[in-house]
Design a protein around this ligand. Structure first.
Ligand code: ADP
Length: 405
């Protein structure tokens, strides 16, 4: 079992159950210091379970009970809960916070999960069929194991519920909007974390016109004014906007009609192409969905995939800046945004027309401020921490819930 019982006392557990992985984290109460992070990756194949105690230098690989690798999310969650039970004798989990991808038009804030809420979240599964079912499985497993403690849903869409009708509608017959066919925007927990950090670090600038580029496996950008989201590149689904690891980003709907009519593809086949075979992976001809691999490749399709990616990021910076009539702060985050000095440099180098002057040395050195002193736009690269946002909201709501009992 390795290191156990580093901690005593109360804790908040966060669970982020994705399409092939379950990430979790534990935070001490009331300080909210993170003391364990872990994840089960590769669910559906040769899943692997790793944990890291924050005060230890290395990760541990956790053996499966009876050496039986779990085959489903449900089994993986059972293994996670089994591990928690064995490893945390003296830690009492007082509330569980769940990342939930879709809160629909209704949920604009973290919410205590009741039976009624759960029913509503299930009805939203059709809007995020690849993610929401796993999120809800995580909730059910935690409810079963932890009994009556508060379970809190933190939504990726909630941060964008401040948009105007015009920023969220599509130009299709209006009754579709009333049926929930509109832009939702995602990655809200990441945007919330970055915005809050900036309000501390650069309080004056953070209230101006800002774009946050969350460039990870999934990718989107959001325009904010006074810390409030006014538009996002992701729309109805998590396919829209920027190209991603395996997702297509912005595409002409005529292409989908063509696939249906002339390629005789059904919804499942098209969905598989758009979600799993497109983006960097599709455009590189299958070389990789991973930016690091593409950066290290000499092959032309890898180079072209990166060229397309950079072009789309630049295009969306231009579009979102035009919507705000200006730009004062640009933040890069997510695995690519935070770690790829090459992508940041290629995006920013030809942006002096908008007032961006890159400081190449700071960018290469991975400093927080990557624009130079003459730049009208403050450019930053930052680490995001969605788990911390979930833990904070969960503790806040759990405290209220417990004081009412
Ligand atoms: P997720 O959306 O799954 O949380 P991440 O935010 O971890 O994903 O981002 C993963 C992406 O970040 C991958 O494309 C990976 O190649 C890229 N990445 C991570 N480190 C680097 C790096 N040093 N240089 C270039 N890309 C990187």
């Amino acid at each position: 079992m390795g290191n156990t019982n580093h901690m005593q006392g109360k804790a908040i557990l966060t669970i982020n159950a994705g399409s092939s992985s379950i990430k979790f984290s534990l935070f001490s109460v009331p300080q909210l210091n993170q003391f364990v992070v872990g994840q089960i990756d590769g669910i559906g194949g040769d899943a692997i379970f790793k944990i890291k105690w924050v005060d230890q230098p290395t990760e541990e690989v956790i053996a499966w009970p009876n050496n039986e690798c779990p085959k489903s999310h449900r089994e993986s969650l059972a293994c996670l809960i089994n591990w928690l039970h064995k490893a945390l004798h003296d830690v009492k989990v007082i509330a569980v916070g769940h990342r939930v991808v879709h809160g629909g038009q209704k949920y604009s804030a973290p919410t205590l999960i009741t039976e009624e809420v759960m029913d509503e979240l299930e009805s939203l599964m059709v809007l995020a069929p690849l993610h929401q079912p796993h999120n809800l499985e995580g909730i059910k497993a935690a409810q079963e194991y932890f009994g009556g403690i508060p379970q809190i849903a933190c939504f990726d869409t909630a941060f964008h519920r401040t948009h105007s009708f015009v920023d969220d509608c599509y130009a299709i017959p209006r009754y579709f909007y009333d049926k929930g066919i509109c832009r939702y925007g995602f990655h809200g927990l990441s945007y919330e974390y970055i915005t809050e950090r900036l309000m501390h670090m650069f309080p004056k600038e953070a209230r101006r016109k800002m774009i946050i580029a969350h460039l990870g496996n999934g990718a989107s950008m959001t325009a904010l004014h006074n810390g409030v989201s006014i538009a996002s590149t992701m729309g109805f689904s998590s396919l829209d906007g920027l190209p991603m690891g395996t997702r297509c980003g912005e595409i002409d709907p005529g292409v989908l009609l063509y696939m249906m009519e002339h390629e005789k593809m059904d919804a499942k086949a098209i969905s598989d192409i758009l979600y799993k075979e497109s983006g960097l992976k599709g455009l590189s001809g299958g070389i990789s969905n991973d930016m690091r691999t593409l950066e290290n490749s000499d092959l032309l399709p890898a180079k072209e995939a990166i060229d397309y990616y950079v072009k789309e990021v630049k295009r969306e910076i231009g579009a979102l800046s035009a919507l705000m009539a200006g730009l004062d702060v640009l933040v890069f985050t997510g695995g690519i945004g935070e770690n790829s000095s090459m992508i940041r440099a290629r995006v920013l180098k030809e942006m002096s027309w908008i007032g961006i002057e890159l400081d190449e040395d700071s960018n290469l050195a991975g400093e927080t401020i990557i624009s130079d002193d003459h730049s009208r736009v403050l450019c930053l690269k930052m680490h995001t921490d969605e788990e911390r946002v979930i833990a904070r909201h969960t503790f806040g709501l759990a405290k209220m819930e417990m004081s009412e009992e």
